[in-house]
Design a protein around this ligand. Structure first.
Ligand SMILES: Cc1cc2nc3c(=O)[nH]c(=O)nc-3n(C[C@H](O)[C@H](O)[C@H](O)COP(=O)(O)OP(=O)(O)OC[C@H]3O[C@@H](n4cnc5c(N)ncnc54)[C@H](O)[C@@H]3O)c2cc1C
Length: 359
């Protein structure tokens, strides 16, 4: 059995590790030649941490910092609660590089700097020529490959910037702060190296009206939950950006023989901080089911059954937070009911897949 895996993010790498360890041939193609920053809030939920540890990539050994508390802000109103699981925060540059190294050490063939340009059946046309696999696992994440597109998301832009602000870093130690505002929301949390990661989603119209990043940032700094970033040093020459993320996308069963993993299968709103857990678990589930002789349609149905409820619940919460009254009502409700924030955090999690049985 040989698997061709397109994309060396968390989903593709998790599948490669488990397949290789079970004695199967896995060829992974990653278009980026070297480790790089990725747009992501970098919040690793308890499920993501457990999956990474099971794969032999413990984030705490890579310098991840602990996160045990969440704050939700809307204007000057805010609620805070302990998380119902031990979370971590780690840059994707460090994490994605480490997981690909583990995949290679496990016996998977990892080819970096090879981009897939188009797909036809299970044949990939790449920057390095044609590549075939008996099974094709599509794990290209936020980016679609020609011949395999998801419906585009709404006119929204995701942005990410690292900051250095020692006093704020100390103040936010152990905390992820989520700030909802008109037109979007932002997550702010410490990552390794004494940095803060600000990752946000904003309406395209609002970004265009602001004109550029400095003008948009000036607007954001008027939010009480972000004002303390005013004197912070920006650590990237410009923010990373992505547009039209198809939040709510859920890949249905299809008979084209392609195994869709990670963001190609399910896109949960990023404020839930569960996209990486879904990516890892989809990769592990695909490896287990492939090794077990299942076909792509059965896998996609099984993954859909696990991801549908948390994604739909998170989409409902996202719609609620888009209206000022909804945001205030949600915050008041969460503040009034002890433990409600923890329950909401739990409800948007996916269950781990069954353990992989080696061939
Ligand atoms: C603004 C924002 C904030 C987020 N914050 C969080 C968070 O805090 N916590 C969390 O858990 N999740 C978060 N997420 C979601 C999380 O980033 C994704 O769910 C997760 O990265 C999906 O993993 P993946 O392996 O499917 O894809 P990716 O991590 O995107 O990896 C895909 C890989 O495929 C490669 N690739 C793409 N196209 C090709 C091609 N044609 N050929 C070869 N290789 C290719 C890419 O280079 C990439 O390395 C956030 C998402 C956004 C947009």
């Amino acid at each position: 059995m040989s698997a061709l895996i397109i994309g060396g993010g968390l989903a593709g790498a998790a599948a490669a590790i488990d397949l290789a360890r079970a004695g199967h041939r896995a060829l992974l193609l990653e278009r980026e030649a070297a480790p790089h920053d990725k747009i992501c809030g970098e919040f690793l939920s308890g499920e993501a941490v457990a999956a990474l540890e099971a794969l032999g990539v413990p984030p705490s050994r890579l310098g991840a910092v602990p996160i045990g508390r969440v704050e939700l802000w809307a204007g000057q109103w805010h609620v805070a609660a302990g998380l119902p699981f031990a979370a971590l925060s780690l840059s994707r540059r460090a994490l994605d590089a480490a997981i690909l190294e583990v995949a290679q050490a496990a016996g998977a063939e990892v080819r970096r700097g090879v981009g897939v340009r188009s797909l036809s059946g299970t044949i990939a046309q790449t920057s390095g020529g044609e590549v075939r696999g008996r099974h094709l696992l599509l794990a290209s994440g936020k980016h679609d490959v020609r011949g395999q597109s998801r419906p585009p998301g709404p006119d929204e832009i995701g942005l990410k910037m690292y900051f250095r602000a020692p006093a704020l870093h100390r103040h936010l130690a152990g905390t992820v702060r989520v700030v909802f505002f008109d037109g979007g929301y932002a997550g702010l949390q410490p990552v390794e190296g004494g940095r803060l990661n600000l990752c946000l989603l904003v309406a395209g119209a609002q970004y265009r009206e602001a004109g550029d990043w400095p003008a948009l940032l000036a607007q954001l700094l008027r939010e009480p939950g972000l004002a303390a970033l005013a004197d912070a040093e920006q650590l990237l020459p410009r923010p990373l950006a992505i547009s039209r993320v198809p939040y709510g996308h859920l890949a249905q069963r299809s008979d084209d023989g392609r195994w869709r993993l990670g963001d190609q299968a399910a896109v949960i709103p990023s404020f839930c901080g569960d996209g990486m857990a879904i990516a890892l678990e989809s990769g592990r589930l695909a490896a287990a089911m492939l090794a077990d002789g299942a076909d792509a349609a059965i896998f996609q149905g099984a993954l859909l059954a696990r991801t549908r409820r948390p994604v739909q619940l998170a989409m409902a919460a996202l719609r609620f937070t888009r209206h000022p009254v909804g945001r205030m009502a949600a915050l008041a409700g969460l503040a009034a009911v002890p433990g409600a924030l923890g329950l909401l955090a739990r409800a948007t999690r996916v269950a781990p897949p069954p353990a992989l049985v080696p061939a």
